[in-house]
Design a protein. Sequence first.
Length: 229
Amino acid sequence: MEGFDFDVIQRSLKYLFFTGMTFTLQLTGLAMAGGIVFGTLLAMARLSKLKVLNVVAGGYVNLIRSIPLVLVIFWFYFLVPYIGAWVIGSDTPVRVGPFASSLITFVLFEAAYYCEIMRAGIQSVARGQVWSGYALGMNYWQTMSNVVLPQAFRNMIPVLLTQTIVLFQDVSLVYVLSITDFVGAASKIAQRDGRLVEMYSFVALVYFAICLSLSYLVKYLNKRVAIVR
């Protein structure tokens, strides 16, 4: 450890956390929210009695889950501008920007995983709850939104948080687009100062600390949910 430069880490803390980590947390939070909303709709479509909705939602989930995330990131980054141009009838690609492109990518990708989590959560609610909703005069959507989904969300909170930990780690892949997330910020400093070992070791330590803390939170929530049940 004699040649390990701790000073380069100390000098870079402000840039790493206020620029890099801020971007990482912002993208993680927005992607989580969008993924859960879209994933819930996909889960309801997969459980629908309408064959068309079931097949389309199932096909989307299976397709997305079979493609590497880094490929999806590249695909949307280069394709979304042309899709936008086609939608508005423009001759030139729409300037979407790396952040918007990354957000669209993660929302659509993570929705496939949140969908399966929500589907399992919905199916964990006793069917008697559904029939009770129908007996009170509610239709399918009212029963799902007022009776089933609140219980499903409560049951799935630990699993949803586990998937969010995975999402937090996956966000580091935007580094391949030269976006300044936490890993990207550390990489720029490492290449500028020639301190790759120090910076990447610090990044690994920060990710380990955050993910370990969230893992203990998942265990705590599992115990709380188990007590309620």
